[in-house]
Structure formats: structure tokens, C-alpha cells
Design a protein around this ligand. Structure first.
Ligand code: URQ
Ligand code: ZN
Ligand code: ZN
Length: 459
């Protein structure tokens, strides 16, 4: 089945032009004005709309087993919701338990993801170390198309990577041509503060941000950056949430060190006041790490994104419903950490980024798709509108408005951190592998249609 997207303005990370896009066999076949198409082609009338590369969300956790439960969003519902909002690829995480063979965990996640409706890839977390991990990293890079390894510097007692693991793994990643990534929070500082707060009787969700100050993130970001610098490897810092961590990245980049920063749509738009709510359910729904911060940090993060100090946006989509969050009713350290957003990232960033003048349309494309494709080495197959690229596209109506709500979203979670936000600009159509998977509210996600996308090593 072929598809002609006619009459739109193509926007890429580099340029804009009035052009049609013709897709066939899942690939972009032609880009240009007034294209002819076979009579059998499906046609999208994109007049007055923008045609952009489909969003890439480099940070999701579909059906993650975590903190004694499993995230409510699975790979089918999560990728379907992603396409409802214009995102056509996710990069999720294989997170082995300590002592669990990497390849065993990898096989689990691959089997869970077979139901995905859109394309997906995996970062693999290094949560422990021995010779088998050293060896499995090579298998993952050379045979499975994994080119990024994640390190949680938080979550002591669970999946935390200490400095020895960081050093060994960063060194191995460099040898293999893979990029290390980090969740940068000082896990020891956090656990000490958690114990102190609990002993002082601060057991509610308010304890969560108090136990994870920006200093814990800034310290860890710097530590990871300096380890990477000494070892000689690039570094990707996920969910940069505060000025302290951003400043460490800016300093490193000014020194010529290849450090990339990712910012979540949530951290750009939601602040710490959510934890002041007396409603446990509301406050607990916002428990994620790093926590939502004071307003000064949102301003810093927007400047970081606008200035190019932060390169990608993501959601860290990791959903837990109210009954799961209630596991921490009497102890905030037991509230499963995570919030959603995979469906709304593009719309909230367009509304608060492009409509406000913070970002140009091309910068929006770079931040929601192209930069992630480049950093994780799948450009121009992904993140571009080049002939020969995968036909993953979003048709964007800048005049359409919608109000975000858990009552209407497609995400399998009973809460939305952007609840009630009205946005101007949203996708009228999403195209995945050359097929229309979302059209004017009609979601046509197909279970299992998503493909595992290998990401070549860096040579
Ligand atoms: O830390 C992460 O990125 C995972 C475990 C999702 N949860 C979260 O609070 N960010
Ligand atoms: Zn994290
Ligand atoms: Zn995460």
C-alpha cells in the first residue's frame, strides 16, 4: 500500500519547504512539490499542516517490573498511545536484576515487546558486574544492535551502579563502540535522607522531593561526567531535571567533552508544588525520580533546550495506577516511582515551545526526533524525511486544539501529569512504516506491527 501526503509543509531539523511526501513499502520514496501517485495510493490532505519526522521517545519503561509491582502500560498500549500523539519509535530499557545474566533479561524484554504496535529499541542497564557482564555486553553490541548502556546511580539496594561498576562498564562500552547513559542521582545521599525523613515522621509523598535534592543530581552528574572524561567516552545524561545537573553538562561541553543531556516534557512543565497537595493520590501520582522541581529549574531547563545544551526530549513513561502508588501510603519510599506522558510529549512541547517562540519548528523536530536518532545512531533511517528513510511521519495541524485528560488519553494509566492542559497544535495523522496508524482521533494501532530496531555501534 502506498501513501501520498499532499499539500503540506515539510519541516525537518534543517529546513522547511512546501513539499509532498510519497511513501511505499514502508519507506519514503519521494519528497517534492506536486508529486504524482498511483490511483491506488492512500492520500492525506496535509494542506495548512506540517509534515515532520515521527517523534522518537528515547526514554520509556513499558511494563517495567519495579518496586514490587509492574508498570501498568505495556508495549502494545504504550506504543499505541505514543502513535496517538505522533511518536513513532520508543527506546525502552532492559533492566537486569543484580546477578541476572544480561542475555536472560534481554530475552525477557524482547518477548514482552513483540506485541508493540510501533518500532522500538532497547538501552540495556548495567546493574552489576562480573566477567559474564563484560562478555554479554559484547554480544549485545555485536549481535543484537544495542549501542547504549544505562547506569542507575540511584536506587541503592536495588539496581544502583556504584563507581566500580560505572568505571568497568564505561570502559567496556568505549571498547565496544557503545555510549554509556546515566540516571544521575547520588544513591547514598538519597537513601540516607529517606531514612532521616522517615525517622522524623515525614512519611507522605512530600518526603520524596525532600529526599532527592538537586544537589544529589548535580553531584552524580558531575561524577559520571568526570569518570567518562577520564575514560575517554561520550556520555548521555537522562532526565536532567535541575539547574545543578544542567550546569555540569554545560561546563563539560564547554571543555569540549562529548556529553549529551535529555530533558523530560514533565520536568519542563510541572513543578514541585504538586507534592504540597494534601490528597495522597494526587501527590503520589507525581512521585518520580528525579522529582519535579522548583519553578527556577523549569526556566533553566528551557534555556538549556533552547541553547542546545540539552539535545533531546523524552517522557520516562513509566506508569503506575492509584492502587499501585498506594503501596507507599504510609511510607513514601515505597511509592512506585514513575509518571506517564508518551502520548502528550509532542503536543505540550509544541504548545509551550513553538507557540511561545522558545523553539523554532526545526528545533522542535530536532528535540523530539532527529537528535535522538543521531545520538543513538539510527539517523537518517529514523528522524529524517529523506528518500529511503523509514516512512515514520507525523502530520501536524498547528491550529487544532485539545485538552489533555486521563479521561480521554489512550495511555493505560488513571492519571495524567498534564491534566486539563489545553494545547494548540496536535497531530491530525501519524504514519508508521508507511501506514496511517492515527487519523483525526481514529487510532489504528496493530498489535505486533512494531519492529525491533537495531542500532549500529559507533566506529
Ligand atoms: O528511574 C527511572 O528512570 C525509572 C525507574 C522510572 N521511574 C522514575 O521515577 N523515573
Ligand atoms: Zn531514571
Ligand atoms: Zn527511566
Amino acid at each position: 500500500m502506498s501513501l501520498l501526503i499532499r499539500g503540506g509543509t515539510v519541516v525537518t531539523a534543517d529546513m522547511e519547504e512546501r513539499a509532498d511526501v510519497f511513501c511505499d513499502e514502508g519507506k519514503i520514496v519521494a519528497v517534492g512539490p506536486d508529486l504524482e501517485a498511483p490511483i491506488t495510493a492512500e492520500v492525506i490532505d496535509a494542506g495548512g499542516q506540517y509534515v515532520m519526522p515521527g517523534g522518537i521517545d528515547p526514554h520509556t519503561h513499558m511494563q517495567l517490573p519495579f518496586m514490587g509491582t509492574v508498570a501498568s502500560e505495556d508495549f502494545f498500549t504504550g506504543t499505541a498511545a505514543a502513535m496517538a500523539g505522533g511518536t513513532t519509535q520508543i527506546i525502552d530499557f532492559v533492566i537486569p536484576d543484580p546477578e541476572q545474566p544480561l542475555m536472560a533479561a534481554y530475552k525477557d524484554w524482547r518477548s514482552w515487546a513483540e506485541k508493540a504496535a510501533a518500532d522500538y529499541s532497547f538501552h540495556v542497564a548495567i546493574t552489576w558486574w562480573d566477567e559474564s557482564v563484560h562478555q554479554d555486553m559484547e554480544t549485545l553490541v555485536m549481535e543484537e544492535g544495542v549501542n547504549s548502556f544505562k547506569h542507575f546511580m540511584a536506587y541503592k539496594g536495588a539496581i544502583m551502579a556504584d563507581d566500580e561498576i560505572l568505571y568497568n562498564s564505561f570502559t567496556r562500552a568505549l571498547e565496544l563502540g557503545a555510549i554509556p547513559t546515566v540516571h544521575a542521582e547520588n544513591g547514598e545521599m538519597v537513601i540516607q535522607l529517606q531514612q532521616k525523613l522517615m525517622s522524623e515522621g515525614i512519611t507522605g509523598p512530600k518526603g520524596h522531593p525532600l529526599s532527592r535534592p538537586p544537589q544529589a543530581e548535580g553531584e552524580a552528574a558531575n561524577r559520571a561526567i568526570r569518570l567518562a572524561e577520564v575514560i575517554g567516552t561520550p556520555l548521555y545524561v537522562v532526565h536532567v531535571s535541575c539547574r545543578q545537573a544542567l550546569e555540569e553538562i554545560i561546563r563539560a561541553r564547554l571543555e569540549g567533552h562529548r556529553v549529551y543531556g535529555e530533558v523530560l516534557a514533565g520536568h519542563l512543565l510541572v513543578d514541585e508544588s504538586v507534592y504540597d497537595s494534601q490528597d495522597f493520590e494526587y501527590a503520589a501520582a507525581h512521585v518520580m525520580s528525579p522529582p519535579f522541581r522548583a519553578k527556577e529549574h523549569q526556566a533553566a531547563l528551557w534555556k538549556g533546550l533552547q541553547s542546545g545544551s540539552l539535545q533531546t526530549t523524552a517522557t520516562d513513561h513509566c506508569c503506575f495506577k492509584a492502587d499501585q502508588k498506594a503501596m507507599g501510603k504510609d511510607d513514601f519510599t515505597q511509592i512506585p516511582n514513575g509518571t506517564g506522558g508518551v502520548e502528550d510529549r509532542l503536543a505540550v512541547l509544541w504548545h509551550h515551545g513553538v507557540n511561545t517562540g522558545r523553539l523554532t519548528r526545526s528545533e522542535f523536530v530536532a528535540a523530539t526526533s532527529t537528535n535522538a536518532a543521531k545520538i543513538f545512531n539510527i539517523y537518517p533511517r529514523k528522524g529524517s524525511i529523506h528518500v529511503g528513510a523509514d516512512a515514520d511521519l507525523v502530520v501536524w495541524d498547528p491550529k487544532a486544539t485539545r485538552t489533555i485528560s486521563a479521561k480521554t488519553h489512550h495511555q493505560n494509566v488513571d492519571f495524567n501529569i498534564f491534566e486539563g492542559m489545553t494545547v494548540e497544535g496536535t497531530n491530525s495523522h501519524t504514519v508508521s512504516q508507511g501506514k496511517i496508524t492515527f487519523a483525526n482521533g481514529d487510532l489504528r494501532a496493530e498489535r505486533g506491527a512494531g519492529r525491533y530496531i537495531k542500532r549500529p555501534r559507533f566506529v
